[in-house]
Design a protein around this ligand. Structure first.
Ligand SMILES: Cc1cc2nc3c(=O)[nH]c(=O)nc-3n(C[C@H](O)[C@H](O)[C@H](O)COP(=O)(O)O)c2cc1C
Length: 200
């Protein structure tokens, strides 16, 4: 059954010193089994690539993360126990894509399968039409760069909120592509797992 989860508004007034977040930012491969609260997911996804400036008739919206030519080709699929969802940043909601738990496909390392949340960074090459993206090599290059910014936003949010996270390059992209049912022009770049830290 297709379902939509309307996320609570992101808590944009949360405070944590940026310099401390940079200092604390770390890859941590252990977490609690508890699912993330909807509020935590809301904040995390907004931090990743939420809207910071609405679109107007003349200009496209802006996000927390930069993208080459503001292509905004990166979209985030969210794998949780309840299924697979697509983050719709315009409406700040999660659109259900699958009702199965697909987290065992998030990365090839077994430890990653137990993470409560798996983010899948997918680049939609059909959104990369500018002269800058003249061939697939360029599209892959800029998709990798743009994903790095999204992932770092997630890392910094996790550092500020005592969450564990790991960005993953070790992914069976071909299999995951099939599991999600992606189209040819949709490319999996990286994935990233998140969970509450074991350290209080
Ligand atoms: C593009 C990229 C891919 C990565 N892939 C993996 C991975 O598949 N599995 C893993 O355990 N860590 C992965 N990492 C995490 C790195 O191992 C980690 O960032 C590095 O050891 C430095 O640790 P730090 O992030 O705590 O500074 C990846 C990091 C980056 C930037």
């Amino acid at each position: 059954m297709i379902d939509t989860i309307k996320l609570p508004l992101p808590q944009k007034d949360l405070t944590f010193p940026l310099m401390k977040a940079l200092e604390k930012r770390r890859t941590i491969r252990k977490w609690k089994n508890d699912p993330l609260s909807d509020q935590e997911l809301s904040n995390l996804l907004w931090a990743a690539c939420g809207i910071t400036k609405e679109e107007t008739k003349r200009s496209k919206s802006k996000r927390t993360s930069p993208s080459a030519c503001n292509s905004q080709s990166i979209k985030i699929y969210v794998a949780i126990e309840k299924g697979l969802f697509l983050y719709d940043e315009k409406e700040h909601q999660l659109i259900q894509i699958l009702s199965e738990d697909i987290r065992e496909n998030i990365g090839t390392q077994k430890t990653m399968h137990s993470a409560p949340v798996g983010l899948i960074y997918v680049s939609d090459f059909s959104k990369m039409k500018n002269f800058l993206f003249r061939n697939d090599e360029q599209r892959w290059f800029f998709s990798g760069a743009d994903t790095g910014f999204v992932s770092q936003n997630v890392y910094l949010y996790c550092a500020a909120r005592n969450l564990s996270t790991v960005v993953l390059g070790l992914v069976n992209r071909e299999k995951l592509h099939k599991v999600i049912g992606l189209k040819e022009h949709e490319k999996i770049i990286l994935t990233q797992v998140i969970g509450y830290s074991l350290n209080e």
